[in-house]
Design a protein. Sequence first.
Length: 153
Amino acid sequence: MRTRWIEVSVGLFMLLGLLAILGLAINVSGLSLNSAGQDTYRLEARFENIGGLKARSKVTLSGVQVGEVSRITIDTKRLVALVEMNINSSVDYLSKDTSAQILTSGLLGEQYIGLSVGFEPDTLKNGDTIADTQSAMVLENLIGKFLFNKVSE
């Protein structure tokens, strides 16, 4: 009877461990069970350099997540990155002069898009393009410029 109790306890402990690992994997991968089925609309933005931005990266407004990057392609006419974003439909107040900037979470963290709302009364609609963008600051490029300037002096 005692060995049976130990076997059941070990089994429950292993099951809890597997559930914890599954939860951690879902959290780290960026998947969310809450956002499934939420209404969104699509916006586009063009960037010269997206750095390490990926699909499913966050889109924030004042630090609050309002959407996510859905797709990244190359605009073959302008030869720049074309980023498509799904914005929550409840965020229907982004003005036409809203700007988008690629930011980094912490010093070496993940990259995401930060939106800054302008003052124009007209708002962005499904399929519109954000014209005012600022590309990512790539840490390697900054270090290279710093080292190159130090060596040339």
